[in-house]
Ligand binder design. Structure first.
Ligand SMILES: C[S@@+](CC[C@H](N)C(=O)[O-])C[C@H]1O[C@@H](n2cnc3c(N)ncnc32)[C@H](O)[C@@H]1O
Length: 254
C-alpha cells in the first residue's frame, strides 16, 4: 500500500522535502514555497523552544497532526541542539486513513531516527518512553479541546487555512485554546491574516511578527511580553480596517 490515495497526493516542496495535497480541503499540508521541514522549524519549533529555553518539561498541543512534521521536527530539533527536556505532545487529527498511511510517506532522512515513534503513533495512537509521551486523538479537534484536561506551554496552530477550515480559526476556537494555554505559554502559526490576529487579540493575546531569513513572515501570540519580536499594534490595525471582524462559529456551522 502506498501513501497516495484519492484524498492525499504527494508533492515536493521547495526545500526538497515532500508534503501532501488534500483533495478534500483543496490545499497543501505545508507551504510548498517555504518547504515543509523549513516551515515546521522556523514558524513553530524554533520560536517555541527559544521562548521556553529555561523549562525542563514542555507540554505541546499540535493542531493538527497531519503528516506529523511539527512533532517530528520538534524531536529532530531537540536532538540536533542537544536539548534535554521531558516532552509531552498531544495532537488531534480526524483523518484516520491518513494516520494509517503515514509509515508509507517519504519523510526527510533527518527524521529516520524517529520513524519507529511514527509507526507506533500510526498503529496505536501513542508513543511513550522515559522522557517522551505523544498521544494522538483521532477525532474532531473542537471536541478534543472541550474534553482536554491539559495545560499547554506551546500550541502549534497549523490547521488548514482560515478560508478552508474556519472552525479552527474562529473567535470561539481561540477562546478554548486560550483557556488551555498556560499564562507564560506561546502559540505559533503561519497565518498572518488580520482576522486570525483579531480572534487571538479578542481573547487576550498579544500579537508578534515572526520574521526570519528564508521564510515568509508568520505570527506568534502570547499573554505576556515576548522579547526579541516586534509587537503588532492591534488598535492601530483595527482603526485602519474598521470593517474587519474575526471568524465566528455561527457563520460556519452547517
Ligand atoms: C495543514 S494540515 C496539518 C499539517 C501538520 N501540522 C503537519 O505538520 O503535517 C491540517 C490537518 O488538519 C486535519 N483536520 C482538519 N479539520 C480537523 C478537525 N476539525 N479536527 C481534527 N483534524 C482536522 C486535516 O485532516 C489535516 O491533516
Amino acid at each position: 500500500m502506498g501513501f497516495e490515495s484519492l484524498e492525499h497526493k504527494l508533492v515536493k516542496s521547495d526545500d526538497g522535502s515532500f508534503t501532501a495535497y488534500s483533495t478534500a480541503f483543496d490545499e497543501h499540508y505545508h507551504s510548498t514555497r517555504d518547504g515543509a521541514l523549513h516551515e515546521s522549524l522556523s514558524k513553530h519549533v524554533i520560536p517555541a523552544f527559544k521562548h521556553h529555553q529555561e523549562k525542563d518539561e514542555l507540554t505541546i498541543l499540535d493542531i493538527c497532526f497531519g503528516l506529523g512534521f511539527n512533532t517530528l521536527a520538534t524531536l529532530y530539533y531537540m536532538r540536533k541542539e542537544g536539548i534535554k527536556k521531558r516532552l509531552r505532545i498531544f495532537s488531534p487529527e480526524f483523518d484516520k486513513e491518513l494516520i494509517t498511511a503515514l509509515p508509507e510517506f517519504q519523510y526527510p532522512s533527518i527524521f529516520d531516527p524517529f520513524l519507529e515513534i511514527l509507526t507506533s503513533l500510526s498503529e496505536t495512537g501513542i508513543y511513550e518512553d522515559e522522557d517522551l509521551y505523544i498521544e494522538l486523538y483521532i477525532g474532531d479537534a473542537r471536541v478534543y479541546l472541550k474534553e482536554c484536561q491539559e495545560q499547554f506551554d506551546v500550541v502549534y496552530q497549523d490547521a488548514f487555512s482560515p478560508a478552508s477550515n474556519p472552525l479552527l480559526w474562529s473567535q470561539e476556537y481561540f477562546k478554548e485554546i486560550a483557556s488551555l494555554l498556560k499564562e507564560d505559554g506561546i502559540l505559533t502559526t503561519y497565518s498572518m491574516a488580520l482576522k486570525t490576529r483579531l480572534a487571538l487579540y479578542e481573547n487576550g493575546f498579544k500579537i508578534y511578527i515572526n520574521k526570519g531569513d528564508g521564510h515568509r513572515d508568520a505570527t506568534l501570540a502570547t499573554f505576556m511580553e515576548l522579547k526579541g519580536y516586534t509587537i503588532v499594534n492591534m488598535p492601530h490595525k483595527i482603526a485602519c480596517n474598521p470593517d474587519v471582524v474575526s471568524l465566528r462559529d455561527a457563520d460556519h456551522k452547517g
